[in-house]
Design a protein. Sequence first.
Length: 352
Amino acid sequence: MSRLTDIIAAHVADGTLHPDPVQEAALPEFERIADALRRPVKRGLFRKAPEPIRGLYLWGGVGRGKSMLMDLFVESLADIPTRRVHFHAFMQEIHAGLHAARRAGHEDALEPVAESVTGDIRLLALDEMQITDITDAMIVGRLFQKLLDAGIVIVTTSNRVPDDLYKDGLNRQLFLPFIELIKTRMVVHELASPTDYRQNRLQGSPVYFTPIGPEARAAIDSLWHDLGGDASEPLTLQVNKRDLVIPRFVNGVARASFYDLCGAMLGPSDYLALADAVRVLILEDIPRLSRQNFNEAKRFVTLIDALYEARVRLIASAAAEPEMLYVEGEGTFEFERTASRLREMQSQDWPG
Ligand SMILES: Nc1ncnc2c1ncn2[C@@H]1O[C@H](COP(=O)(O)OP(=O)(O)OP(=O)(O)O)[C@@H](O)[C@H]1O
Ligand SMILES: [Mg+2]
């Protein structure tokens, strides 16, 4: 059993983490939760129910270290039953559970689903909470209430202050109680570090590798390693009731090949969902494009547009420089914009 504060101090001492006072200022909130979880529960007929432990809603800009802190926190709680899951994946599980419960004829489908989540865990760590989907927005309030009622402590990371969750969403007034629930049952803490460490890790490194080959592969492997790729898992996104599986994903960084993403029958909504869910996409083995692979080329254009609009950072290996990827046949004109975007996305200050 070790404390998060000590784990961080050890990483700072061995040089794997930079000392960051803003991150350090968040540690007492984690320690408060760890201490409370470790306190023995006193039971007795006349004792009042223990005060519920307030969770933590850690928010701030990208790359500030929210997921890093949460992951190390979960690691420090090895003696406590904990579950850490990406928010997207978690909600997908909930929707699948609701579907099954409804089919089985449960009156309140959320009841068995919440029970199956709570199981015997004491802490639920949800990474990258983001509410854009109305079906999520309409159930999270009741879901969280049930989890909290079961005594589960929730820790979550997010890029938005609670008041901005599901901003401008449909039927937002029905969502407002969830925001209140967050504010009362969780401590809202901003991680206002000036440093985007993810950007820092990529600083000075080329992000577009050509030609395709062992050298490009090795360079990308090394960036992937720096970005935490060794701990990656598949990420499943639900798009129009279908599953879109991104083979490798870790802390906002996804890695896939051109054929994974542009060789399959994917469309704009898939690419938008992907761009929405990741901060960095590593896209390997972009071939030369031409009439022979016109459909793949068209999908590639759509993919780059989605990534560009969502200001996703792109790391790629390709058969040629952007301007030389698509030089003959139908579609070359449209590809000029894509080439220009690919160029811009390589610049050090992208995405600004
Ligand atoms: N103090 C630090 N020193 C060095 N590297 C750090 C530090 N804090 C975080 N990092 C690294 O920076 C990268 C981004 O951190 P992390 O994924 O935790 O950011 P985040 O706040 O969760 O971002 P997002 O909002 O995009 O999810 C990770 O590779 C992480 O290990
Ligand atoms: Mg994160």
